[in-house]
Design a protein around this ligand. Structure first.
Ligand SMILES: Cc1ncc(COP(=O)(O)O)c(C=O)c1O
Length: 454
């Protein structure tokens, strides 16, 4: 029997490719969706099925699929030069323009320098290493430890894994870096203390205070967190949390790193998630939305206080012995410049806030109508449907039951891609999404629950 091309690729994939975040054997029996086309908020698979992309790629295709302006910028750059290095003594024009543009956008945060890489894990790794280097330049080489949040996700490099707050990412790759500590995340739906957001914000910020007191702030380089936790389940902190965290970091002289790999450039409804909380971090980690995924790129952005330490130094300690072949890749930077034009011209942070509110309002009724939905929560276009075995105790469903997978599968039948993550479903559509596309997502997910949750 002659296989069609779709079936050939599915079968071949199982034999030749390992995929992130899954057991290799799974893709043999359950071939992946092979995506072949994208257009705005929609994608199409190799079997000709069209879906609203409720994932926005992987929280990253903010400007929508297949934008002519971005493709044109990529081609124009490729016609000039496809690659050159940014190592010692070299640069390309788009990387310079993009660094200046990012600093202009991050002007309110007092940012001063940009260090490029190839993605979010790189941006985090660079932030961790540069923060240690900063303290060495400041004459405090013993400040090396990192504090982060449980449920936090900071990518997959050894530094990121060591500060990740989910055991799922950690155990298999142990031993991890010493000197990394995780404190409780301010999670209103699941915490042992209170239902009052303000009180929760104070309790969790006090944990950081006590840990820094105990460890000695003079041994800690930085606290790192996502302004809205993404992969951990879209956990939105109380409004007082980030301002309190900033105060605690300042009191102990510890740097504050905002991992804005997901929230950067509008997803949570403001240009940066930390800006939404009224806080200026010392370092921003950016990736994903910076190029909307058209070409990989990461950026670590450092404020004036940090840059000043380098300005005052000419020693070897100040040499940045860190970097990637693809730091400042000219094609990626050209794509980013085109994407940032769209982010600003079309005010994507405002559309994320508006459409995020519509999506949240559309899905909230599931809390009543669906037996397994404990909470629907979100901020901007980051949403999670929290699945429970018991609504009263809020005990999560058993992730091994595969319920989230079944819902996602049904949602696809009704024309929408959503992401099953253990005990949650996650939605993070493109930031250019329109009313009727949001409504399609709501209707597909509602129907999926009607089928699976009766
Ligand atoms: C907050 C956060 N940081 C870092 C990363 C890692 O980014 P990448 O997968 O591009 O390495 C992610 C990826 O989802 C993320 O959500």
């Amino acid at each position: 029997m002659v296989m069609n091309n779709a079936n050939r690729l599915k079968e071949l994939n199982g034999r030749v490719q390992w995929h992130p975040m899954t057991h290799p054997n799974k893709s043999v029996n359950q071939p992946p969706l092979i995506m072949v086309k994208g257009d705005g908020a929609f994608v199409e698979d190799i079997d000709g099925n069209r879906y609203v992309d409720g994932l926005g790629g992987l929280w990253n295709v903010n400007v929508g699929h297949n934008r002519a302006e971005v493709k044109q910028a990529i081609v124009e750059q490729m016609e000039k030069i496809c690659y050159y290095s940014s190592f010692d003594g070299m640069a390309t024009a788009p990387s310079i323009e993009l660094a200046a543009r990012i600093l202009e956008i991050a002007g309110p945060e007092d940012m001063a320098k940009v260090f490029f890489s190839s993605g979010g894990s790189d941006a985090v790794e660079s932030a961790l290493k540069l923060s240690r280097q900063y303290w060495k330049l400041m004459g405090q080489p013993e400040k090396t430890k990192f504090v982060s949040l449980k449920q936090g996700y900071h990518g997959v490099h050894m530094g990121g894994v060591s500060i990740n707050g989910s055991p799922a990412f950690r155990g298999t790759y142990a031993p991890l870096l010493p000197g990394c500590f995780q404190i409780d995340t301010p999670w209103l739906y699941r915490n042992p203390w209170t239902e009052d957001p303000e009180e929760l914000g104070r309790i969790c910020a006090a944990q950081l205070d006590r840990l820094l007191e105990f460890e000695g702030g003079n041994t800690v380089a930085a606290f790192i967190a996502e302004p809205v936790q993404g992969a951990g389940g879209v956990i939105v902190p109380p409004a007082n949390y980030w301002p309190l965290i900033r105060e605690v970091c300042d009191r102990h002289n510890v740097l504050l790193i905002a991992d804005e790999v997901v929230t950067g450039f509008g997803r949570s409804g403001s240009m940066f998630g930390s800006r939404g909380w009224g806080v200026k971090p010392d370092i921003l980690c950016l990736a994903k939305g910076i190029t909307s995924g058209y070409v990989p790129l990461g950026a670590t952005v450092l404020n004036k206080r940090i840059a000043a330490a380098w300005d005052a130094d000419n020693s070897f300690t100040g040499v940045i012995m860190h970097g990637y072949t693809y730091s400042g890749h000219p094609v990626a930077c050209a794509a980013a410049l085109a994407c940032l034009d769209i982010v600003e011209k079309e005010d994507l942070p405002a559309n994320a806030a508006k459409q995020g509110a519509r999506l949240l309002a559309g899905l909230k009724p599931l809390e009543q109508s669906a037996r397994a939905v404990g909470e629907v929560r979100g901020k901007g276009l980051m949403l999670a449907v929290d699945l429970v075995a018991d609504k009263k105790t809020r005990a999560p469903i058993n992730p091994q039951d595969g319920f989230a997978d079944r819902i996602a599968e049904q949602a696809r039948r009704f024309g929408a891609i959503v992401r099953p993550v253990g005990t949650k479903l996650i939605l993070s559509p493109v930031l250019v999404i329109k009313d009727e596309e949001v409504d399609l997502l709501v209707s597909a997910l509602t129907k999926a629950f009607e089928v699976c949750d009766a």
